[in-house]
Design a protein around this ligand. Structure first.
Ligand code: ATP
Ligand code: MG
Length: 274
C-alpha cells in the first residue's frame, strides 16, 4: 500500500479534517481508487468533498456509473458544480447519462447548470452508442491547418493546451473539417519553425468512425501502438479522439464479461457455499 494511504485512513477514522486536507493535496487519485472499495460510505463522501477539485474529478470519473449518479444527487451543490466543470467531456457525458437513467429531472437540472457550449457538446456526445467509438470519444482535440507554419502552431498550442485532452498529437483538417493528416508534438518541436504543417504531417492517418465498435478501436490501438486515435463522421470530418485510458476500461469490461461467460457458473454460490 502507498505510504500516504495509512495516514489518510487514520485521519478519516479520527475525523481530522485539517490533516486530511493536507494529505489529500499530496495523494494521487489512483492510490485512492486502490482503497476505494474498502472505504465505508461516509469516508468516501468525506474524500469526494475534501479532495482538491481536479483530483475529486479524477476519482469520480473512475467510479461505476450508478455510484456517479448517486454522488451527483447527494454531494454538496458547490462540489457537484466543480465536478461538472472539471470532468472531461466524455466522462461528463457518461456521468450525466447515468443520472438520466435514474433521475431524468436531476439530469435536466445538471445540464442546465452547464455553460451553453459545454451543454451542446455533451448533448452531441450522448447521441452516440456507448459501445462505439462515438461513445468513447471526446471533442477536446487539437486541430490545425496544413497551411500553418510550425511556429504558428506552437503559439496556437499554448492557448489550446489547457482545454485539450492531449496535445501530444495534432490533427490536420481542411476547410470542411475533414481529417487530412496527423503529427506529433515531437515532430513539431524538431521541425524548423518556418516549415509548413503540410510538409511534416503524416497523411496516412489511422482513424476510426463514430460507429466503429469499441473492441475494434482497442484492437487498432494495440496493433498500431497508438495511445490516441482520431474519430471521424460519415463525411470524414474529425469529430473527436479516443484515448487509451478509455479503451483500457473497455478491455477490462469485456474481459470480465468473457470470464463470466467462460465460467458459466453461479459465482456467488461458488464463493459462499459451505
Ligand atoms: P517514435 O515513436 O517513432 O520515436 P515519436 O515518439 O515522436 O516517434 P509517436 O508518438 O510514437 O512519436 O508517434 C510517431 C508518429 O506516429 C508521429 O509522427 C505521428 O505523426 C504518427 N501518428 C500518431 N497518430 C497517428 C495516427 N492515428 N495515424 C497515423 N500516424 C499517427
Ligand atoms: Mg514514440
Amino acid at each position: 500500500m502507498e505510504k500516504i494511504l495509512s495516514p489518510i485512513l487514520k485521519a478519516l477514522e479520527e475525523g481530522d479534517t485539517l490533516s486530511l486536507k493536507r494529505l489529500l493535496e499530496e495523494a494521487h487519485p489512483q492510490d485512492l481508487l486502490l482503497i476505494w472499495d474498502d472505504l465505508n460510505r461516509e469516508h468516501r463522501y468525506v474524500l469526494l468533498t475534501l479532495l482538491p477539485k481536479e483530483k475529486a474529478a479524477e476519482v469520480f470519473s473512475n467510479l461505476p456509473p450508478e455510484d456517479q449518479a448517486e454522488y451527483l444527487k447527494t454531494l454538496p451543490p458547490w462540489r457537484v458544480q466543480e465536478l461538472l466543470e472539471e470532468l472531461s467531456l466524455d466522462d461528463l457525458a457518461d456521468a450525466l447519462q447515468a443520472v438520466e437513467e435514474e433521475d431524468p429531472a436531476l439530469a435536466r437540472k445538471l445540464k442546465e447548470a452547464l455553460d451553453p457550449e459545454t451543454r451542446a457538446e455533451v448533448e452531441e456526445l450522448t447521441q452516440y452508442e456507448e459501445d462505439e467509438a462515438g461513445g468513447l470519444m471526446t471533442p477536446e482535440y487539437v486541430a490545425v491547418r496544413a497551411s500553418m507554419a510550425v511556429e504558428d502552431v506552437l503559439r496556437f498550442l499554448r492557448r489550446a493546451a489547457p482545454d485539450a485532452e492531449t496535445i501530444y498529437y495534432l490533427y490536420v483538417v481542411d476547410e470542411e473539417g475533414r481529417l487530412m493528416g496527423v503529427l506529433s508534438l515531437r515532430d513539431l518541436i524538431v521541425a524548423d519553425p518556418r516549415t509548413k504543417v503540410a510538409e511534416i504531417m503524416n497523411p496516412k492517418v489511422v482513424y476510426v468512425r463514430t460507429d466503429t465498435d469499441q473492441e475494434e478501436v482497442a484492437r487498432l490501438m494495440a496493433d498500431y501502438d497508438f495511445t490516441v486515435l482520431p474519430v471521424v463522421d460519415e463525411e470524414g470530418r474529425l469529430v473527436g479522439i479516443v484515448t487509451v485510458d478509455d479503451v483500457l476500461d473497455v478491455l477490462e469490461e469485456e474481459a470480465t464479461e468473457d470470464i463470466h461467460k467462460l465460467a458459466a457458473v453461479d459465482v456467488p454460490d461458488l464463493v459462499y457455499s459451505q
